[in-house]
Design a protein. Structure first.
Length: 381
């Protein structure tokens, strides 16, 4: 959906109250901090927000319509919509609804999985992965995250990972495709690893970016759950569905594991009617997903070309972000310099001081990145 098309469809169905609400979204923040009005619900005009792997083409027109309807019933706690979405997800994979739990984004489920694991042992992961939620085990002194040594390729070595599962490990976590690298694991290797590893401990496969890959069904390990393995798969409506701000994600696992995790912040109370409505309306919207996937590909081609033209390299991403090798430049300085050009990207991850992650947003925002790139590199040289 183009920016203007999605806006037009939204406005067609909007009530006066909704229009007034969106006007109210432009509020003044402290004049001392920022001397101009900033929108509350997204980036200010002229700012290319490429720092959080969001999909600005969402919400889809169908999701916007459903949210409007659901918001009018916002007085009521969620229930039927939760059951509907759980059932849709379960049926899609030939499972029962008790194999599925929903949360406020997949973060809620991932954090619950980490807490359950942390109470029994440590979590094992590669050196670099989306560990924001797993860190809860360290914050709460439950256990630690054990990490594999870094590989030069920044790929995940599944053999080394399997070998590292000792008695202290209660859960092994694989983000596939990985964030921030954007790289995908070979599906057969992933499947074999999961089957073996799940005999030793729980396997958590964070598949937040699965639907952005060319063959999402081949790249998921959800079928292994149907076969009875101790595997948790985390998915989200925040990425390809363009609903990051609506906060809906889910976990699929064995029913007893789901029940165990639901004791830690999952289930009804973290969910909201509008987010559920958007998720239900988007779940099987393949036309919208194809549209977004193509836009992301176009954006990746633009970034790849710019990276090459400027003498840099990037990892082969299958996602809506790319991990760019800045050579001997510092990624935090680069981030700050890009910000001066109105381009928001990520700074340093752990000790990967020369690696910079950029998300694929609107093509015009990606163009702002590619235009700023030579200027910033020149200033930093
Ligand atoms: C790999 C991965 N998993 C999970 C999340 C959490 O997203 P959410 O809580 O919006 O589902 C993110 C967010 O960027 C992510 O990159």
């Amino acid at each position: 959906m183009h920016k203007s098309l999605s806006r037009r469809l939204f406005l067609q169905g909007a009530t006066a109250a909704i229009s007034a609400a969106s006007m109210a979204g432009v509020a003044k923040v402290s004049a001392k901090e920022i001397n101009r009005p900033v929108p509350l619900y997204g980036p200010p005009p002229g700012i290319a927000k490429l720092n959080a792997n969001e999909n600005p083409y969402g919400p889809s027109p169908a999701a916007l319509k459903a949210m409007m309807e659901a918001s009018q019933k916002g007085a009521y706690y969620v229930f039927d919509s939760v059951m509907r979405l759980k059932t849709m997800i379960a049926e899609r994979h030939g499972l029962t609804p008790d194999h599925v739990t929903l949360g406020s984004g997949s973060s809620a489920g991932l954090a619950a999985a980490a807490i359950v694991a942390g109470r029994k042992g440590n979590i094992l992961g590669p050196d670099l992965f989306w560990d924001t939620t797993s860190r809860v085990v360290e914050i709460q002194n439950l256990g630690e995250i054990k990490r594999l040594p870094k590989l030069e390729s920044l790929a995940i070595d599944l053999d080394a990972m399997y070998a590292a599962i000792d008695d202290s490990i209660s859960m092994v976590q694989v983000t596939n495709p990985n964030n921030p690298t954007g790289m995908l694991i070979d599906p057969i290797a992933m499947r074999n690893f999961c089957v073996k590893a799940a005999k030793k401990c729980t396997v958590l496969a964070d598949e937040a970016y699965n639907e952005l890959t060319d063959n999402s069904d081949a790249n998921t390990v959800i079928p292994l759950i149907k076969e009875g393995h101790d595997i948790i798969v985390a998915r989200t409506f925040s990425k390809i569905y363009g609903l990051a701000g609506m906060r809906v994600g889910y976990l699929i696992a064995q029913p007893e594991k789901i029940a165990e995790m639901e004791r830690f912040g999952l289930g009804w109370y973290g969910l909201n009617q509008a987010g559920l409505a958007a998720a239900i309306a988007s779940y099987e919207d393949h036309q919208f997903m194809d549209y977004c996937r193509n836009k992301v590909k176009e954006a990746r081609e633009m970034v790849s070309a710019a990276v090459k033209e400027n003498g840099l390299t990037a990892l082969p991403s299958v996602t809506n972000f790319m991990f760019v090798n800045l050579g001997d430049l510092n990624a935090e300085t680069f981030r700050a310099e890009m910000e001066k050009e109105g381009v928001l990207i990520r700074g340093i991850y752990r000790d990967y001081t020369n690696w910079s992650r950029v998300s694929m947003g609107y093509l015009e925002d990606v163009k702002q990145y590619t235009s700023a790139l030579p200027k910033v590199l020149h200033r930093m040289s």
